[in-house]
Write a protein that binds this ligand. Structure first.
Ligand SMILES: Nc1ncnc2c1ncn2[C@@H]1O[C@H](COP(=O)(O)OP(=O)(O)OP(=O)(O)O)[C@@H](O)[C@H]1O
Ligand SMILES: [Mg+2]
Ligand SMILES: [Zn+2]
Length: 571
């Protein structure tokens, strides 16, 4: 019993014992406190939220509040027998049931059998059921009977990480509290306090790295802190944390993004390759980029915000002294562009999780981000479209069936592509005498390739917004010709490109977007482009007599007609 506090794991030792000690959940603490002070006490409570955000802790504090000798009170004394027993977990009036391991009807029957008995110490008998969503249907039904006719001395506190799995019949009888994922800044503060008390030395970037990795769970952060305390000697730095967690160091991400904002794809690839060489995980890398882009987007879109400094302190999950660098990078892009990048990175992330091509996809992503001039800015594209709309001829001659399918429900386009209020005639059709068009079939033979090329970036843009990976595969493709409703796209001779682009689902998407952008029904067909003169194919492998680069890098070098200036040495 008298186990000394210092033997306890950090997460238990620092379990909050009062509402005031719960961090990051001000709405929960204040609402419950007010209700207790005014004696408005519900029959049943449901605490929901991701793991490690304070649900169980809050449930125990609420139990103490209800049964404290001075209670019900929002500030339980912590010293009366009831409070002490609850803290120790020995109270006969507070029963904690783990829904995950007591899922069945028998357990709930036992519970129901105990319900009529009066509490021993305090005024209430309190059932805390953790992971309540795990109960079986029969158990839920049995529980429901108790909830329907509860004795006044019985209170329920349910906790769950999956409220959507709790039957509505139960939910409707509970007062519900949604626990939030805890912000990085809040976790950093809590960690700093604990580290100080435990005499663990961490520098700021290390604290932030722990906080970021814990994904909103303070318990997870505390567990990592504990591991660091045994793992590290001296002051813990970010490198120690990333080593322990296999995470990506901020410095590497900063370098990667710097290369991207400077439009230096080769440099970006080198940073990326160095990370892969260290065995870093692709999806962690892309998650890191997403987070980083989010930070840049916040910085670039809050320029005018009142109380910006305070806002940023809360929102940016990096130490304050990194802000200047981030601001500088954010200043090199527009919010629109950053949004587009985020979209592309999100698409890449999804693809990485579904395919075994992780590294290639990450490389393509980084290249696409770093060669943005090929992705015209949204502004440019909309201006271009505006231009097309104005002088376009034959407005009223477009037959209804030729109207573009700019369906409003096609929400994924997400406004990244301007939608004309009235459908404008297809630039392809506009250029064709109407007689020929009516005749059908041969329309496209007369299509000027100008129109084909003009709209191509808009098509890529739109495709990129829906499925970044596909757009990446089309990065070096060229629209060659339209004939009889078939648009031929020339591809560089990589088998992978043909394969991916020919998947039925991808074909359908491409057909649909082509038809929308060119405003005429189109099907895609692929042709292989002739090899470029390709001076690089021989230049790259001869890098000062060093061993050849990886085939993927080689492919990318070919693809972009690039030169490798230098390569990171193997670590
Ligand atoms: N909001 C919080 N304020 C202070 N400490 C917290 C908070 N959330 C979690 N902790 C720390 O994490 C530990 C575990 O928290 P708790 O058991 O309350 O989380 P939980 O939400 O019930 O998690 P789970 O869903 O995994 O059961 C606590 O002992 C405490 O050290
Ligand atoms: Mg819990
Ligand atoms: Zn008390």
């Amino acid at each position: 019993m008298e186990r000394s506090m210092s033997d306890l794991p950090i997460a238990r030792k620092y379990r909050p014992q009062t509402f005031g000690e719960i961090v990051g959940q001000p709405h929960v603490a204040s609402t419950l406190s007010r209700a207790l002070e005014s004696r408005r006490i519900a029959q049943a409570y449901l605490f929901t939220g991701q793991r490690g955000v304070g649900k169980t802790s809050a449930a125990r504090i609420l139990a103490k509040s209800l049964n404290c000798a001075a209670g019900p009170t929002a500030t339980p004394c912590g010293r009366c027998p009831s409070c002490e027993q609850i803290t120790q977990g020995t109270s006969l009036d507070v029963l904690e049931i783990d829904g995950a391991s007591n899922r069945g009807i028998d357990e709930i029957r036992d519970l129901r059998a105990s319900v009529p008995f009066a509490p021993v110490t305090g005024p209430f008998r309190i059932y805390i059921i953790d992971e309540v969503h795990m109960l079986t249907t029969e158990a839920f039904n049995a529980l429901l009977k108790t909830l329907e006719e509860p004795p006044a001395h019985v209170k329920f506190i349910f906790a769950t990480t999956a409220a959507h799995k709790v039957p509505a019949t139960i939910l409707s009888r509970c007062q519900r509290f949604d626990f939030r994922r805890i912000e990085v800044a809040t976790i950093v503060e809590a960690l700093r306090r604990i580290a100080h008390a435990e005499q663990i030395q961490l520098d700021e970037p290390a604290l932030y790295a722990v906080a970021r990795a814990s994904e909103g769970s303070l318990r997870d952060a505390e567990v990592v802190l504990e591991q660091l305390a045994t793992f590290a000697t001296g002051t813990v730095t970010e490198a120690t944390v990333t080593e322990l967690l296999g995470a990506i160091e901020s410095e590497a991400l900063t370098g990667l993004m710097q290369a991207i904002v400077e439009r230096n794809p080769i440099q970006a690839l080198q940073v990326l390759t160095a990370q892969f060489d260290q065995g870093k995980d692709v999806s962690l890398l892309i998650t890191g980029m997403l987070r980083y882009l989010r930070n840049l987007l916040i910085l670039s879109s809050t320029k005018e915000a009142p109380e910006r400094t305070r806002l940023l302190a809360r929102l940016i999950d990096e130490p304050a002294d990194r802000l200047a660098r981030l601001e500088e990078q954010a200043g090199r892009s527009t919010p629109q562009e950053l949004l587009l990048w985020l979209q592309m990175a999100t698409g890449a992330y999804e693809l990485v999780r579904r395919t075994p091509l992780g590294q290639t996809i990450a490389e393509l992503l980084v290249i696409k981000l770093a060669t943005r001039e090929q992705w015209q800015s949204l502004d440019q594209i909309s201006r271009r479209l505006e231009g097309l709309r104005g002088p376009a001829v034959l407005h009223d001659r477009v037959e209804p069936q030729h109207r573009p399918a700019f369906a409003p429900q096609d929400a994924e386009g997400q406004g990244s592509f301007p939608r004309p209020d009235t459908p404008s005639p297809s630039p392809l059709q506009a250029a064709v005498p109407s007689g020929d068009r009516e005749a059908g079939g041969t329309v496209s033979e007369m299509m000027p390739s100008d129109a084909l090329l003009t709209m191509w970036p808009a098509f890529l843009e739109r495709l990129g917004a829906q499925k970044m990976s596909l757009a990446a595969y089309l990065a070096d493709a060229k629209p060659l010709d339209v004939n009889g409703g078939v648009l031929t796209i020339g591809l560089p001779g990589f088998a992978l490109h043909h394969e991916v682009l020919s998947v039925a689902e991808n074909r359908r998407l491409i057909d649909r977007l082509l038809s929308e952008v060119y405003q005429t029904p189109l099907h895609v067909q692929y042709a292989t482009l002739p090899e470029p003169a390709a001076p690089q194919a021989t230049a790259a492998p001869s890098l000062g007599g060093q061993p050849t680069v990886s085939p993927v890098v080689q492919e990318i070098v070919n693809l972009f007609n690039a030169t490798i200036l230098d390569r990171p040495r193997p670590a």
